[in-house]
Design a protein around this ligand. Structure first.
Ligand code: NCD
Length: 296
């Protein structure tokens, strides 16, 4: 496959192949991939951008980078034209993060030979983060069938949630959500999620793993919550909730004392740094997987 724009592009076999390749890299396996990659990040990012860059370098991929202020999208160039330009300059893969939802995907794909990896488009998709979280959970629990995962917080604006729910459902994992009613998508049942709580204690009691999501202030055009203090009191991970939680994750960046109490971020039950470490292996796997398509 030449692109990963959404987790819906992936069949179970693709996901399994990516999981196995990531395991190979995590265990010290090596691979050389002769290619060039462009990282185009039009939104802030630390871990995603850096781990893609690290992954490229680990594979011997020649990596270039532009951001919002240096890209011609700033001057009104369309995303399609940017892709054509990147292709003409001879890049093999474009890894992009954009502040809008991508469409129409078919046109995008049919019109380019460049491999495309979505590193986050608006509130829509972030497939590699979903693969990281799946891998991290698999690492800890082995079997995913009937495992219970609760997402807590700003579900509405989370591209990580939208990408993950599809993968987890593939494996027969049960997914629940908890957050203020204003931050739960109205189509939640269509995504295969039937557990919806507004008491975080219920979500914690139910789940094998709780995944807190960042309150995405930058995507909130109106006031979705009374205040961050109220939000933390009702939905945040504090010390008394920590006693009851089994494991917890967060794709980052964490809003300390809003999503999770500062002292708990890297505590014993936290898998947050595991997620970050696994990010490099997953991205090495995804890059070598899509770049294989050039010869097959
Ligand atoms: C997420 C993102 O940017 O979508 N973070 C990440 O990539 N690790 C989540 C977020 O911004 O809240």
């Amino acid at each position: 496959m030449r692109y990963i724009l959404s987790t819906k592009d992936l069949k179970l076999q693709d996901v399994e192949n990516i999981m196995n390749l990531s395991r190979y890299f995590k265990e010290g396996g090596k691979k050389e991939v002769k290619a060039s990659a462009l990282l185009m990040f039009m939104e802030p990012s630390t871990r995603t951008k850096l781990s893609f860059e690290r992954a490229c370098r680990n594979l011997g991929i020649d990596v270039f980078s532009i951001d919002l202020s240096t890209s011609s999208i700033q001057k009104g160039e369309s995303f399609m034209d940017t892709i054509r330009t990147v292709e003409a300059i001879g890049m093999d893969v474009l890894i992009f993060r954009v502040p809008f939802t991508l469409f129409p995907e078919k046109e995008l794909i049919n019109n380019t030979k460049v491999c495309l990896i979505n590193a986050g488009d608006g509130a829509n998709q972030h497939p590699t983060q979903a693969l990281i979280d799946l891998f991290t959970i698999k690492d800890r629990f082995g079997d995913l069938k009937n495992l219970r995962i609760a997402y807590i917080g700003d579900i509405l604006h989370s591209r990580v949630f939208r990408s993950s729910v599809h993968l987890l459902r593939m494996y027969g994992t049960e997914v629940g959500v908890c957050g203020p009613k204003t931050l739960i998508p109205s189509d939640i049942k269509n995504l295969g999620v039937y557990h919806v709580w507004d008491r975080v204690e219920e979500a914690i009691g139910w789940a094998d793993v709780c995944i807190w999501l960042r309150l995405q202030r930058e995507r909130q055009k109106e006031q979705f919550i009374p205040s961050e203090r109220d939000y933390f009191n009702q939905f945040g991970l504090n010390k008394s909730r920590y006693e009851k939680v089994k494991y917890f994750m967060h794709p980052g960046p964490v809003n300390r004392d809003v999503d999770i109490e500062g002292d708990l971020v890297y505590s014993e039950k936290s898998l947050i740094l595991e997620q970050v470490k696994n990010g490099v292996f997953i991205r090495m796997a995804v890059l070598s997987y899509v770049l294989q398509s050039r010869t097959s």
